[in-house]
Design a protein around this ligand. Structure first.
Ligand code: SAM
Length: 151
């Protein structure tokens, strides 16, 4: 999809990214949203069930995850442009540097979503609270900070 033309208040750069880090996707998410425009701006814990699908061998790293009600998902927003310095968000507030925004547009488009774990079904985690396009790659999962305390 072609990028939107920049507003006069926005600024881009030549991307000087090198091979500073090598990341490997550990899976992807399945959501009801097929385009960026369809997604909510931020996920809601009462939103629809979505799936986090782990690819082998990382599905072997889920042991104990059911003890956590909340998870942090680190996603790679693969459809985001990476060359902007200043954005003028459509929700207002005036032009701002990308590091002063939670926009998906950033040099390394890592998004953090805090989700509620609904069920563990083998290599699939059913969660609520996502706001990502269907098929968005997954970088990492961390347990939220409030584990269920058994018994
Ligand atoms: C504002 S970001 C917030 C993401 C995350 N909660 C955060 O704060 O880091 C959410 C928006 O990113 C866009 N988006 C979702 N999936 C994307 C993807 N795979 N690539 C690029 N943009 C995406 C959608 O427009 C969605 O509304």
């Amino acid at each position: 999809m072609p990028e939107k033309p920049l507003k006069p208040t926005e600024r881009a750069t030549q991307v000087p990214l090198g091979a500073d880090a090598t990341l490997g996707f550990i899976g992807h998410v399945e959501t009801p949203w097929k385009t960026r425009a369809d997604c909510p701006k931020q996920g809601r814990l009462d939103g629809p069930d979505c799936a986090v699908v782990l690819r082998s061998p990382w599905d072997g790293a889920l042991q104990g995850i059911e003890r956590f009600e909340m998870l942090e998902l680190y996603l790679w927003f693969h459809l985001a442009r990476r060359d902007l310095l200043v954005i003028d968000p459509s929700h207002g507030g005036g032009p701002r540097g990308v590091f002063a925004l939670r926009s998906p547009v950033r040099p390394n488009p890592v998004a953090l979503s805090t989700v509620r774990l609904v069920a563990v079904q083998g290599a699939r985690l059913i969660v609520r609270g996502l706001e990502a396009v269907d098929g968005t790659p997954l970088l990492d999962i961390k347990p939220g900070r409030c584990p269920h305390t058994p018994g």
